[in-house]
Design a protein around this ligand. Structure first.
Ligand SMILES: Cc1ncc(COP(=O)(O)O)c(C=O)c1O
Length: 399
């Protein structure tokens, strides 16, 4: 809390790409809140769907054989939207919950098929997987692991862009025999905004296949249009064993996350007398939340927002690249999906640029070395121009 004493920004209202604070000042939301307001803010349609569901059956657990129609519809719809066949959806409360689910399920799966020594999980430097227990253990951001003592022991991180390092990490674990899974974001988000090098993710998948481990895509940011596809992985032709999702699945209107699980991993648990996955959160399959997700998916489809993200990813990246001539800017990254970042030459100036842009009416997201942009998918070229020109004016002022 010591680091946020410079003041609170109390927000009170939002509409599409705009948010207002309590004093009535308007901001362009260049970050879609925390990378999630994909359909933009203030959609009455989602509020109405949630309200209607609340009046019917607001909440009920989906444990055991209990279920509800919105949860079933959502699971089925997500399975249809995921690339390829045979998907099942395990619903959870958010992204970190989804990560914990996926990594526990990876271990449980291998125990179930008689490979209980496969406990190890490999993740990547700069990777972010939330702040729950497992997400902390596999975090590629060292500061996020500091001060908590030992987390899950059977984890290691490899440089996020090196397939050689990944292969070596496999080899270190009993020639790969102890590795349960590799977890990777399609585009690294919170850890610094790094799109993958060409062929890298395909190579990760190939190494997982070679060594018999599961490949888990953490698409919490990359999904639901952010990369112009439903789950981010289609962008690279990937077929992971699990896909963690959250954020854009409801555009944040209500909290929901989960894991898409392919047939290889889920089938054993559906066999008569098969193993039980003793795992699940109170609010998993929450009918009101699932109704909001369904309404959100309707909007994404009806307004072709996935296509729109693809159309605007180039212009956004070009806008950020135009800032590289500024003496404070070291580089720009982006080009895959409607998200990008600039790194500053001097990381100590990040906070000044973040706050300066905000004073000028544009919200961007501070990263360790720079600033990220990930606007609602409803953004226009004009809005992009406004983000870029505000960043330039702010950089000039800070310089
Ligand atoms: C890639 C990724 N995984 C997991 C999470 C954690 O999600 P949540 O904050 O909903 O627990 C995040 C959150 O930003 C994320 O970006």
């Amino acid at each position: 809390m010591g680091s946020v004493r410079r003041g609170e920004l109390v927000l009170s209202r939002a509409d599409d790409v705009w948010v207002w604070d309590e004093d009535g000042k308007r901001y362009l939301d260049g970050t879609a809140a925390l990378w999630y307001a994909n359909v933009g803010h203030g959609r009455a349609e989602i509020a109405d769907a949630a309200a209607a569901q609340m009046k019917e059956l607001a909440a009920y657990s989906a444990f055991g054989d209990f279920s509800n129609r919105p949860a079933m519809e959502l699971a089925e719809r997500l399975s249809d939207l995921a690339p390829g066949d045979g998907w099942r959806a395990f619903l959870a409360s958010g992204g970190g919950d989804g990560v914990d689910t996926a990594l526990k399920l990876a271990r449980r799966y291998f125990a179930a098929i008689g490979e209980p020594d496969r406990l190890h999980v490999i993740s990547r430097t700069s990777g972010y997987h939330g702040t729950h227990g497992w997400g902390t253990a596999v975090s590629g951001i060292p500061v996020n692991r500091e001060g908590f003592g030992p987390m899950v022991k059977e984890t290691s991180q490899v440089p996020h862009d090196s397939l050689e390092a990944l292969e070596a990490a496999f080899e270190e674990q009993g020639g790969g025999a102890r590795v349960a899974a590799v977890i990777a974001e399609p585009v690294i988000g919170a850890g610094g905004l790094y799109p993958p090098l060409p062929g890298y993710l395909e190579g990760v998948q190939a190494l997982c296949r070679k060594y018999g481990a599961l490949f888990i895509a953490d698409s919490v940011i990359s999904g639901f249009g952010r990369l112009g596809t439903w789950f981010g992985v289609e962008r690279f032709g990937l077929e992971p064993d699990m896909i963690v999702f959250a954020k854009g699945v409801t555009s944040g209107y209500l909290p929901l996350g989960g894991v898409m699980v392919n047939a290889r991993v889920s089938d054993p648990f559906f066999e008569e007398g098969g193993p039980i996955f003793k795992h699940g959160a109170t609010y998993a399959g929450h009918p009101t939340v699932c109704a909001a997700a369904l309404a959100n998916l309707d909007i994404l489809e009806r307004e072709h927002l996935l296509d729109r993200a693809r159309e605007l990813e180039g212009p956004l990246f070009e806008g950020l690249q135009s800032l590289v001539d500024h003496p404070l800017v070291a580089e720009a990254r982006g080009g895959i999906g409607l998200l990008g970042a600039i790194d500053l030459v001097d990381a100590s100036k990040v906070q000044d640029v973040f706050l300066g842009a905000r004073e000028r009416g544009v919200i961007v997201r501070p990263l360790a070395k720079g600033l990220a942009v990930s606007p609602p998918l409803t953004i226009t070229q004009e809005h992009i121009d406004e983000i870029v020109s505000t960043l330039r004016a702010t950089l000039d002022a800070v310089a």
